[in-house]
Ligand binder design. Structure first.
Ligand code: SF4
Length: 407
């Protein structure tokens, strides 16, 4: 039996002496062979996937590298249930890499509205253009070519090749890190480089030579649906016989939380949105800079202070602050900070007054738009809080979204 060699220290820390002796060699000065044969993991998970795993997700049908790629990018930071409708709309509009490459970025962001983490959409678009230019529109087959595409790291490249072509490539997304960390009782947190390297070694050792696509789907699904972070469902898990954390009753302690130094405080920020609405019920939006939050999306005019918003309204629309109606604050959580948005409504502005609105700030590319959400011809990307606010103000039904704080 091929055994994987792990340093003994992590095991010593939690096993009782009897269990430890049963699991390890007695020479404490040498690395310990943990009697988990990585080759056992694949067949167990493949059998579980065929029995209990998800088999009919949209990207599992008509499987292609392009469809798997789009799904993998959408699934980063987002639940399967939320992704399904977004995936179907996206693929219906952009059925091929070439169709995506040829589309305007506004339309790509429009179909991403509400899904959050918009850099994913911009990277998809950029990568599609790269594939169209350098690979004739065919998704590349070589790992190095896939991993070099914008927005694709080592794990995502492995997942695409494994799921689309059954190619033996390990993956190590957040769910897989948790499963392998528990099964092999890896101490520490994957944010630590040494821990991540050990997990990659384990991921490589566990990936079978056959049924790679099924195995890859299985270990991702097990982490997402059974071996969850807070409540691992060991009673439903096919790995109880192999899982060292389960054997030791430590599944709630592994993986360890991030070290304190790696955890950052979440700052709170505020901004004010000025919402000029014209007689036709259209609202003035401006395009966000490519870099920064909501890059490339269309947003109400944003100011750091209410005074700045009032001053702008006075200069541009010749209205006094009393004409602005302050609406309820919107709280929005980004990954690294919380944003409090106060909308200021300015009704019945004549569009002509703002036809040549240009902000006195560096916006690239600059652009303003009188936006009517009922006009289906205007397809642009909006941040979730902007879309929710405009829907509430202008009476448009909000499209399905995960109601995420990350929109
Ligand atoms: S036995 Fe429990 S802790 Fe171990 S992999 Fe399964 S669900 Fe996770």
């Amino acid at each position: 039996m091929a055994l994987i060699v792990l340093p003994r220290e992590p095991i010593v820390q939690f096993l009782t002496p009897d269990t430890y002796n049963a699991l390890t060699m007695t020479d404490h000065d040498t690395p310990t062979e943990v009697p988990i044969d990585p080759a056992q993991i694949g067949p167990v998970l493949v059998a579980w996937q065929r029995r209990s795993g998800r088999q009919d997700l949209p990207w599992q049908r008509d499987r292609s590298a392009y469809r798997v790629w789009v799904s993998e990018i959408m699934l980063q930071q987002t639940q399967v249930a939320t992704v399904i409708s977004y995936f179907e709309r996206f693929i219906a509009r952009f059925p091929t890499v070439s169709a995506l490459a040829a589309a305007p970025i506004d339309e790509v962001l429009h179909l991403w509205t509400g899904l959050g983490y918009y850099a994913r959409a911009r990277n998809l678009h950029r990568a599609a253009q790269h594939i169209a230019q350098h690979f004739g529109g065919e998704f590349p087959r070589q790992f190095a070519d896939v991993a070099a595409l914008p927005g694709i790291g080592r794990s995502t490249a492995g997942a695409i090749l494994a799921l689309a072509y059954d190619e033996r490539q390990p993956i190590l997304d957040g769910n897989v890190k948790r499963v392998l960390g528990r099964v092999f009782a890896i101490e520490g947190n994957a944010s630590q480089r040494s821990v991540e390297q050990r997990l990659w070694t384990l991921a490589e050792a566990c990936t079978p030579a056959q049924d790679v696509a099924t195995y890859t789907q299985a270990i991702m699904d097990l982490g997402a649906t059974v071996c969850s972070r807070r409540n691992p469902g060991c009673a439903l898990c096919p790995m109880t016989a192999q899982c060292l954390a389960h054997v030791a009753g430590r599944q709630h302690e592994i993986p360890a939380p991030k070290p304190r130094a790696a955890r950052k405080a979440r700052p709170a920020r505020s901004c004010w949105w000025l919402l000029p609405i014209d007689d036709a019920g259209r609202v003035l939006l401006e395009r966000r800079p490519e870099r920064g939050i909501w890059g490339g999306l269309w947003c109400p005019l944003q100011f750091d202070t209410p005074t700045a918003a009032e001053s702008y309204a006075r200069q541009r629309f010749a209205v006094e602050p009393a004409a602005l109606e302050t609406l309820g604050t919107i709280d929005h959580a980004f990954t690294h900070f919380d944003l409090s948005i106060t909308p200021l409504l300015l009704q019945a502005v004549a569009a002509a007054e703002a036809r040549d609105v240009v902000r006195d700030v560096a916006m690239e590319p600059s652009g303003v738009l009188w936006y009517n959400p009922r006009d289906g011809a205007i397809r642009v990307g909006l941040p979730a809080p902007a879309k929710q606010l405009l829907d509430a103000l202008l009476g448009q039904t909000f499209e399905p979204s995960r109601n995420s704080p990350y929109g």
